[in-house]
Ligand binder design. Structure first.
Ligand SMILES: *Cc1c(COP(=O)(O)O)cnc(C)c1O
Length: 226
C-alpha cells in the first residue's frame, strides 16, 4: 500500500478483465523503483517508460528479466543509451529513428522490436505517422534491409476527449489500417501482430477495438507526481 494505492490489487483487477491475447504494459514513468518492484513481485514483467535517464536508473536497479518498452517520443541521439537492453521501442515515428535503432542494435548484436506510431487523434501536439506517411515509409522498402529491428505492429493514442464514439472511431481506424498493411507488407511475417492502444481511461474501449497490448499507468500506480 502506498498513499492508499494497492498496486498488486490494481494489477489483479485489470488482468482479470483482459481477454486472452491482450498483454499489459505497466506504465511506470515518474513512479519510484519501489513501486515497480511491488508490481514485479506481483508478477508483472512488462514495463513502459518514456524518459531515457529515468529508465536507465530503473533498469540497473530492477531484475533483469523485465521486458522494458520505451513508449514515449525518443530522440535519435538517445537511442544509443537504451540500445543495450531495451526490448521494444513502441513509438517510432520517423524513418531516421528507425535507421538509428537498427544501427545501434547492430552494434550490440541485438534485434530490437519496434512499433510504428500512428497519429490519428485530433490533437496536433502528438507525434506519429499519418496513415499516408506510414504507407510511404513502408513503400520505400528500406526497412526490409534493416536486419537488427523487428517491426511488430502499430501503436497509437486516441484523442483525450470524453466522447466515447470518437475514441472508438479512432481505434477502429487504426485497426482497419493494421489489416491493410498487414496484408500488403507483412502477410507472411508472423512478428507483425501487435496493436498497442488503450490507456487507463480508454483501455476497455481499446480491447473492443482489437487491441493486443494495453499501456496502463494511473490505474495501476495511482496519479503521477511530475
Ligand atoms: C503515460 C502514458 C500511458 C499511460 O497513461 P495512463 O493514463 O496513466 O494509463 C500510456 N501510453 C503512453 C504513450 C503514455 O505516455
Amino acid at each position: 500500500m502506498n498513499n492508499g494505492v494497492d498496486i498488486a490489487e490494481n494489477l489483479k483487477t485489470i488482468k482479470d478483465t483482459l481477454p486472452d491475447g491482450v498483454r499489459l504494459v505497466a506504465v511506470s514513468k515518474y513512479h519510484p523503483i519501489e513501486e515497480l518492484q511491488t508490481a514485479y513481485d506481483a508478477g508483472q514483467r512488462i514495463f513502459g517508460e518514456s524518459h531515457e535517464q529515468e529508465l536507465a536508473k530503473k533498469q540497473v536497479a530492477l531484475p533483469k528479466d523485465i521486458e522494458w518498452h520505451f513508449i514515449g517520443h525518443l530522440q535519435t541521439n538517445k537511442v544509443k543509451y537504451i540500445a543495450p537492453y531495451i526490448h521494444s521501442i513502441d513509438a517510432v515515428d520517423t524513418l531516421k529513428l528507425l535507421r538509428e535503432i537498427n544501427k545501434h542494435a547492430a552494434k550490440h548484436n541485438r534485434i530490437i522490436n519496434v512499433l510504428l506510431e500512428l497519429h490519428i487523434a485530433e490533437e496536433t501536439t502528438k507525434y506519429g505517422f499519418s496513415l499516408g506517411d506510414c504507407r510511404a515509409l513502408l513503400d520505400t522498402g528500406e526497412w526490409r534491409e534493416m536486419k537488427n529491428i523487428r517491426i511488430c505492429g502499430l501503436m497509437m493514442m486516441a484523442s483525450n476527449v470524453d466522447d466515447e464514439q470518437q475514441i472508438r472511431r479512432e481505434f477502429n481506424t487504426a485497426a482497419d489500417f493494421f489489416d491493410e498493411i498487414k496484408e500488403k507488407y507483412f502477410a507472411d511475417n508472423d512478428a507483425f501482430r501487435e496493436r498497442s492502444w488503450g490507456m487507463s481511461d480508454d483501455y476497455r474501449i481499446a480491447i473492443q477495438c482489437r487491441s493486443t497490448m494495453v499501456r496502463i499507468g494511473t490505474s495501476i500506480f495511482g496519479e503521477r507526481e511530475y
